[in-house]
Ligand binder design. Structure first.
Ligand code: SF4
Ligand code: SF4
Length: 415
């Protein structure tokens, strides 16, 4: 059954020099450009309940994951951290570096976009750096008002083997390459005569997806990831902020906001039952809100999981093919097939369409919150169960709290 088309989105090709692509958006998928947003709510939540990075807010489980990693994963992640460290350090001070060239005052949008594409970024867009999203710990760090949103494609073939170590190598390996490319692009902007601050994907200053959506580089999927036109959620995101004169891009309605309600493949295939069918209003935005506590235990134990990325048709086939198929047939390309929906879950085996692995209740019991919060929670439970602890246990508790305070909060993570 054919569907009437409301509008056609034209986007640059996947690689620099590739022809433009056209994405038809069916009438019944049309909603708003970007995402439904209540500006007053967004501002209220930003002011009253500012966000903090998960690397601080969820430090207890981010530390716990190291206790359940396989030896291979543990070794690989340590090596990744060693490679990333100098890139993160360089990004942290990049905003303080002075420009090398002489500014002309001309609009730099085209020059920066071209250089980004030449370096290999699959998507490059411009928008305001929206400080309402900035993490509390980064408020005094962020310097410049324009955000350059940059997405680097993760390898297609390796990604389809998810969940696997091979796919994790593609995931973290892409961040390693991206970390270096961002520094190169920032150097180029300084040569043009302007400041450039690299916001490392391993040390985020904010959730980046809202700014990518504002820059028209995709829309938010039900899997909680940016669905970009060519590679869906198989994109690794970072931004550079600058004071170079640029022209902002506009948000786009690719039809994804409504398409996800029709598709639901990731929601149905999520082994942790962490994805939610219905959209809710959350901090001023209408979205499918992922349940972090159901996802984390699966991700940590099963090579990063990411079944929600693998089973997304936009990731697998690209947005033009999926939207053309929807317009022609009213169907979701690949839905119900083993090719799209099947996955192997380590020792649990293969799961085809309609089949999900099972976990017992204990599986989902993991540390929550900040390190000190988790320590206090455990202390409280012991107090209730065993009464007033010994002098020795009290001193031990105080020592553990002090150790956490002395160590401080790290904003570094493994996005
Ligand atoms: S990573 Fe796995 S558990 Fe988490 S939301 Fe995606 S599919 Fe579900
Ligand atoms: S799998 Fe379907 S529902 Fe999930 S993000 Fe992709 S398009 Fe949206």
């Amino acid at each position: 059954m054919g569907k009437p088309v409301d509008h056609v989105v034209t986007r640059p090709g996947r690689r620099l020099g590739d022809p433009e692509v056209e994405i038809p958006v069916a009438e019944d998928l049309t909603t708003v450009p970007g995402i439904p947003l209540r500006e007053t709510d967004l501002s209220f939540y930003a002011r009253t309940y500012p966000q903090e990075t998960q690397n601080i807010e969820k430090a207890a489980d981010r530390q716990w994951v190291w206790t359940v990693y396989s030896p291979e994963m543990s070794e690989y992640r340590k090596a990744h951290n060693d490679i990333s460290e100098p890139l993160i350090d360089a990004a942290a001070v990049s905003g303080n570096l002075e420009p090398i060239g002489t500014p002309t005052g001309e609009d730099m949008t085209a020059a920066i976009r071209r250089k980004a594409r030449e370096l290999g970024f699959g998507e490059a867009g411009f928008t305001k750096y929206d400080r309402r999203y900035t993490y509390t710990s980064k408020r005094h760090w962020t310097k410049y008002e324009h955000a350059i949103c940059l997405a680097l494609e993760q390898d297609y073939v390796q990604t389809q083997s998810l969940p696997s170590m091979d796919a994790e190598r593609a995931h973290f390996g892409t961040y390693e390459i991206e970390g270096a490319l961002l520094l190169d692009l920032a150097d180029h902007i300084r040569e043009l005569g302007y400041h450039a601050q690299v916001h490392s994907p391993n040390d985020n200053s904010a959730p980046y997806i809202p700014m990518f959506v504002a820059a028209g580089l995709g829309q938010l999927g039900a899997n909680g990831q940016l669905l970009s036109p060519h590679f869906g959620s198989r994109a690794r995101l970072a931004i550079i902020t600058t004071d170079a004169p640029v022209t902002y891009d506009q948000p786009v309605d690719y039809g994804i906001h409504q398409f996800c309600q029709v598709c639901q493949v990731c929601v149905n295939r999520c082994p942790g039952r962490a994805l939610v069918k219905e959209k809710v209003w959350w901090r001023g935005v209408e979205k499918n809100k992922l349940i972090y506590e159901r996802c984390r235990p699966v991700m940590a134990r099963y090579d990063g999981c990411a079944v929600c990325m693998k089973t997304c048709p936009i990731q697998r086939f690209g947005m033009p093919a999926v939207m053309e198929h929807y317009v022609a047939t009213g169907q979701v390309l690949g839905k119900g097939t083993h090719l799209l929906e099947g996955y192997t879950f380590m020792e649990k085996g293969y799961f085809g369409p309609g089949e999900l692995p099972m976990f017992d209740r204990n599986f989902f019991e993991i540390p929550h919150g900040r390190n000190e919060e988790w320590l206090f929670q455990q202390f409280k439970e012991k107090l209730v169960k065993e009464g007033i602890p010994s002098q020795e246990a009290l001193v031990g508790f105080a020592r553990d709290v002090k150790k956490i305070i002395d160590k401080g909060n790290s904003t570094l993570g493994d996005e």
